[in-house]
Design a protein around this ligand. Sequence first.
Ligand code: A2P
Length: 314
Amino acid sequence: MKTIQIGKDKMPLLGLGTWKSEPGIVEKAVETAIKIGYRHIDCAAIYQNEKEVGKGINKCIDEGIVRREELWVTSKLWNDSHKPEHVQGALEKTLHDLGLDYLDLYLMHWPIAFKHGTTFPNSNSGFIPIDEIPLEVTWNKMYEMKEKGLTRHIGVSNFSVSKLKHLIQNGPKPEMDQVEMHVYLQQPELVSFCKENDIAMTAYSPLGSMDRPEDRKKADEPIPLKNEVVLKIAEELNATPAQVLLAWQIERGLAVIPKSTNEGRLKENFESQNLSLSESHLDQLRKVDKNKRIIDGEIFVREGNSYTLTSIWG
Ligand code: A2P
């Protein structure tokens, strides 16, 4: 299994994504994934399925299929708990739901703050302007969670180069930035910045997250799994398009967390670790980039609130 060094620990590059996995089927999917060999599970409080994910994990631990220390479990602080007094409670709730004593990695999910208890704001009053709880205030509290041993590592998600720089200037360096990353959104500047600064990266939505709610899709959206270059390389290597998309991220030294609840596709995705891409393949895939976000943050932008696409991604 390919890994990346994070502090003193090794994080498996291939993980299981659990966003959009229905609570009723994710327990079985996690159990199946661990039996296949997955050792990295990516979770978040907002996915509203951590109890079921935790049942899958703990079943495997109880049955002796895996030991806790062989697993890498990531979770994320939701936007409604950025105030320092809410961070530890949110992390403890996640640990309770997952049935674990500690996380391997805890991420600040978005550079966006909501009023406490708000899953998703119905109106502008549910948002808190970011200058009211500066990111570094939440971040320094996240560091305290690491010092207390509730999580072994800390990082961020959906953070741009300028926001990473801001954190580095005002607190400890993040160990991870988890961002949307696929052939249509390759983010070369962010990848270079993270490499230069020894910040690991995880690619979410590597297959294009086509199981998103319909109202979050755009009609003209390009689909990574249907890209012609991807299809051609897959045929050449006798692999599937998904395997090419995943192997490409691993080849670039990025962790990747494809979501599946289907046993066949879980196996297929796991086997992408055995696929090698040549320099020519990497070059061909590099040229596919369209700098196109699918999780574009528009759901956080409302007339009259302080969040804009520029303020989120800038
Ligand atoms: P399913 O859960 O039925 O396997 P992403 O990881 O980018 O969010 O994409 C997840 C979507 O891709 C889900 O709809 C998932 O469906 C599907 N998917 C996962 N693995 C594969 C695969 N190997 N081939 C095709 N689709 C896949």
